[in-house]
Design a protein around this ligand. Structure first.
Ligand SMILES: C[S@@+](CC[C@H](N)C(=O)[O-])C[C@H]1O[C@@H](n2cnc3c(N)ncnc32)[C@H](O)[C@@H]1O
Length: 220
């Protein structure tokens, strides 16, 4: 299983499952708590949201931003995000693009991504963090939210894979492999610090919230 095939399957899963994506947000208290936590995060200025999905986080970002640009590769989830943010002010600019090749055309004060980091293969993480750093304006911050190791208990984890992966199923019975790295908050913070970032990662229930500034000389 090579990395590219897995990433193609991962995207296919989100495209095919777009209509069902919001279900956990309707029933999971931990997700509601996380959404509310946005109010306490240092989100400001021009905001870039990576892998915005159906836009669960996007209105909360818009409420605190001068502008929001939201990127995702799945047209199906972007359509739902457009509907969800139709009355957002400022208006959200959506971009359909593959985050493994897309390069930000400008810099932003905040780069936000929720439940995306765990879908980035470990070998691609340094390049991903470089892209985030390059997207940050001087003084800008990356803010990221994801689930931690406890979430593995809820997944069908594939054993002995070259890239950590799980199997997800849709209502029609179709099965998809997706990358899923259950980051430990402390290990993640140490790894990011080793790349030169200033970072704080705190756990919130089984999830974590990170706020990070890039190495001096990058994005500053
Ligand atoms: C777990 S969802 C997160 C969505 C949203 N951030 C949230 O927290 O609800 C992952 C998102 O990544 C998107 N995605 C998958 N592969 C992608 C790629 N190569 N480039 C950009 N987005 C991608 C999917 O379409 C999906 O919306």
């Amino acid at each position: 299983m090579d990395d590219d095939a897995l990433l193609t399957e991962q995207l296919a899963y989100y495209r095919a499952g777009a209509a069902a994506y919001d279900r956990p947000y309707a029933v999971r208290e931990d997700l509601r708590e996380l959404l509310a936590a946005v109010d306490g995060l240092p989100i400001a200025g021009d905001v870039l949201e990576l892998a915005c999905g159906t836009g669960q986080w996007t209105p909360g970002l818009a409420a605190r931003a001068r502008s929001v640009t939201a990127v995702d590769a799945a047209a199906e989830v972007l359509a739902l995000a457009r509907t969800r943010t139709a009355s957002a002010s400022p208006a959200v600019r959506f971009v359909e693009a593959d985050l493994f090749t897309w390069q930000p055309p400008r810099r932003y004060d905040t780069v936000f991504f929720a439940f995306w980091l765990s879908h980035v293969p470990p070998a691609r993480l340094p390049a991903f963090w470089d892209t985030v750093a390059a997207a940050l304006a001087p003084g800008g911050k990356a803010i990221f939210i994801d689930d931690g190791p406890a979430a593995a208990a809820e997944e069908d984890v594939l054993a002995d894979q070259p890239v950590p992966a799980v199997v997800r199923r849709l209502d029609d019975g179709s099965r998809y492999r997706v990358v899923k790295v259950f980051h430990d908050a402390r290990v993640l913070a140490d790894g990011l610090a080793a790349l030169g970032w200033s970072v704080r990662v705190r756990t919130v229930g089984g999830n974590f919230i990170g706020v990070a500034e890039p190495p001096t000389g990058v994005g500053r």
